[in-house]
Design a protein around this ligand. Structure first.
Ligand SMILES: C[S@@+](CC[C@H](N)C(=O)[O-])C[C@H]1O[C@@H](n2cnc3c(N)ncnc32)[C@H](O)[C@@H]1O
Length: 274
């Protein structure tokens, strides 16, 4: 195990377990989504409200009525879009989040089309949507090939003149990055209920500006393995890739609240048009 964690994992290798789908972690990720104070699985409530205000101003419902939310989680943004008058479909591969989202929408009497599935695999349709959003920097988790697949699927699913809006982290997020190996004993906390040894490593793959947050939870009878990949971007890199997938030039912002992008921005948000 020590050798395994010391060795370089080939870039973008999938891990055996997923933080979004693991039986112990998925409920914790859902709780993190629902925590209005903390930027965990979603942004804090104040940020989300600022984001919604800007998104609604940027893409008014009368011009952009039909919206697809990729990785919608428990529906925090989806509900707000529907309340603002948009017709919304949300996709997420966490059954726990989608079940929560469906129940919450029913209780609030909101009509939202939720689908439990992997948006990399799902058929998103052709020329269906005026807006497609991918919120909270999830594009960064994909390999270069899968990112291109997301762009192609989104392009196909957008109507002509439709907009793709997403945010990602920039190299600024990792300005003070240090490769590290750590170990801890864990019990009854975010990572695990039963006692285990937790080996963790943070690594950099400079060729694509990709980082790996690598975790092994070691139990007497089992090992869980989580690889959390994150690629960071400059606007130019993304705009070039998007152009090769057919998108027109886009507008660059510092985050998904529409702030100004600067060299110090830790995130960037793109609004690109089909
Ligand atoms: C960082 S959270 C953001 C959730 C939501 N966009 C927000 O900001 O509140 C990422 C979400 O994407 C989902 N997800 C990640 N990869 C996915 C995939 N390939 N297909 C469907 N859902 C995915 C996760 O289950 C999780 O709910």
């Amino acid at each position: 195990m020590i050798n395994k964690i010391k060795m370089d994992v080939p870039i973008f290798s999938p891990s055996q377990d997923s933080i979004w789908l693991d039986a112990h972690l998925a409920p914790n990720m859902l709780a993190a989504h629902l925590d209005t104070e903390f930027d965990g699985a979603t942004r804090n409530a104040k940020y989300i409200n600022q984001s919604m205000k800007w998104l609604i101003e940027t893409c008014p419902v009368q011009d952009f009525p039909k919206l697809l939310d990729l990785g919608c989680g428990p529906g925090i943004y989806a509900e707000k879009f529907v309340e603002a008058g948009y017709q919304v479909k949300g996709i997420d591969f966490s059954a726990l989040s989608i079940d929560y989202a469906k129940k919450a929408a029913q209780e609030k009497n909101l009509s939202i089309d939720y689908q439990c599935g992997d948006y990399l695999q799902a058929d998103l349709g052709k020329e269906q949507y005026d807006i497609i959003v991918l919120i909270y920097c999830d594009l960064g988790v994909f390999s270069t090939e899968d990112r291109k697949r997301v762009f192609q699927k989104v392009y196909r699913a957008l109507k002509k003149g439709g907009r793709f809006i997403f945010d990602v982290f920039t190299p600024q997020k990792y300005a003070n990055f240090k490769a590290e190996n750590t170990w801890q004993l864990e019990e009854n906390n975010f990572w695990t209920q039963k006692a285990c040894l937790h080996l963790a490593a943070q690594k950099k793959y400079p060729e694509t500006n990709t980082y790996l947050d690598q975790h092994y939870l070691i139990y007497p009878d089992a090992i869980k393995e989580f690889f959390i990949w994150e690629t960071v971007f400059t606007p130019k890199e993304l705009l070039t890739e998007l152009k090769t997938c057919g998108f027109a030039d886009g507008e660059v912002f510092g985050d998904i609240r529409g702030t100004q992008y600067t060299d110090d921005s830790e995130t960037l948000c793109l609004v690109v048009e089909k």
